[in-house]
Design a protein around this ligand. Structure first.
Ligand code: GDD
Ligand code: MN
Length: 364
């Protein structure tokens, strides 16, 4: 049996046209259709539910509070009954005539069958120069990472044997758009992969969701599966936030010390007070940016921010203390004011990263 996953985000018009056509194409293949919609503002899920009511074996999963093509496809696969799982865009750009061949290839040989734009007979259709170049560059980079070599690892149109998917599933990284690439990166080297040519068509209605953000997620993904295996991306981001935080710390220190000194030389007491103010300002800033960016996938929202922030303060306490001790020590040795502040701040970073991973963003 074939389980066809259709990920959707704002495809209400397309899905209404597509479903009856898919039904016709698959009339001789035992199948089910699973639409995974991320709570589209245009209420694709509602349109799909209405059609599902009339057509047998069409299921609609409406995911609330989550976004992402890859994770939507994975969720669809997980709820599927078939021994062959397939995915196709819901905007008419994939040639549904190829579905029966993709299904047959996997039913017969197992592994993965890809609707490919880059093998003989396939094409990307009417793309502008920029999209074409971006796709070529991304594809070249992606191919190097695959355990099994293919021409079009970035295609969104493929079928996979349930057993192959289940074997790879625990290793998947659900970020962004590149579900097929991720499967190929984590597949066993002897996985059978076939590519069947097709021409990428024109979107029927609406517009592409391949945003700048998705492109950025692709770069993050490339990092994750290469250098990221040794140095986690969250650590790199945490260090960047930490460095910007040192700037904020320094700026806040200068602000506070300017308020406390009037012409006269700053005393150790005045230095300490300005330092404490600067440390807490930096803590607030770092918490905000880490929550927004570094740990975006585990982001705290609403009331959860309060205990999160308090835990973050506890986690930072030792780092802050080290920061305070080092800075005041250097200052008391007559080191230059700002040098003392910066060195103290740097000392706190590594400790803070370790502690905040252990406490504030435990799932990250
Ligand atoms: N559930 C869900 N959540 N579906 C999504 C999301 C999301 O966040 N983002 C996009 N989709 C759905 C769209 O509604 C559409 O059915 C399908 O995924 C593909 O999205 P498009 O926005 O049409 O992508 P594209 O045409 O620009 O990109 C296609 O080509 C790329 C390679 O060049 C896709 O096939 C990509 O998978 C492929 O990598
Ligand atoms: Mn599309």
């Amino acid at each position: 049996m074939l389980s066809l996953i259709l990920p959707t985000y704002n495809e209400a018009e397309n899905i209404a046209e597509l479903l009856p056509r898919i039904r016709t194409v698959l009339k001789d293949v035992a199948h089910e259709i699973i639409i995974v919609d991320d709570d589209s503002p245009d209420e694709t899920w509602k349109v799909a539910q209405r059609i599902a009511h009339d057509l047998g074996d069409v299921h609609v999963i409406r995911r609330v509070g989550r976004r992402g093509l890859s994770s939507a496809v994975i969720e669809g696969f997980l709820s599927a009954k078939g021994d062959v799982l397939a995915v196709m865009d819901a905007d008419g750009q994939h040639d549904m005539g190829l579905l029966t061949q993709l299904h047959a290839a996997v039913a017969e040989h197992g592994g993965i069958a890809i609707g490919s734009r880059y093998v003989a007979g396939g094409s990307v259709g009417e793309w502008d120069e920029q999209r074409y170049m971006l796709s070529r560059i991304a594809t070249r980079m992606a191919i190097r990472l695959c355990a099994v070599k293919v021409k079009d690892p970035m295609s969104g149109f493929f079928a996979i044997a349930r057993s192959t998917f289940e074997d790879i599933h625990p290793r998947l990284n659900p970020k962004g758009f590149k579900i097929l690439l991720d499967l190929l990166v984590h597949a066993k080297k002897d996985t059978g992969v076939r590519e069947l040519p097709f021409s990428f068509g024109i979107r029927a209605h609406g517009e592409s969701k391949l945003s700048r953000r998705v492109q950025l997620e692709f770069l993050e993904y490339l990092y994750d599966v290469t250098l990221g295996r040794v140095i986690p991306l969250t650590f790199v981001k945490y260090c960047i936030v930490g460095l910007v935080g040192v700037g904020v710390h320094l700026g806040a220190y200068m602000g506070f010390s300017a308020l406390l000194t009037h012409d006269a030389q700053l005393s150790l007491m005045g230095f300490s007070i300005a330092l404490v103010g600067a440390i807490e300002t930096a803590i607030v800033f770092n918490f905000w940016l880490n929550n927004l960016w570094t740990f975006a996938h585990a982001r705290l929202k609403g009331w959860a921010l309060i205990p999160g922030f308090l835990k973050y303060n506890v986690a930072c306490a030792f780092g802050a203390l080290a920061n305070y001790a080092v800075s005041t020590f250097l200052f008391s040795l007559a080191w230059a004011e700002l040098t003392s502040v910066v060195i103290g701040a740097c000392i706190g970073i590594v400790w803070n990263y370790t502690m905040s991973r252990m406490f504030a963003w435990r799932s990250a």
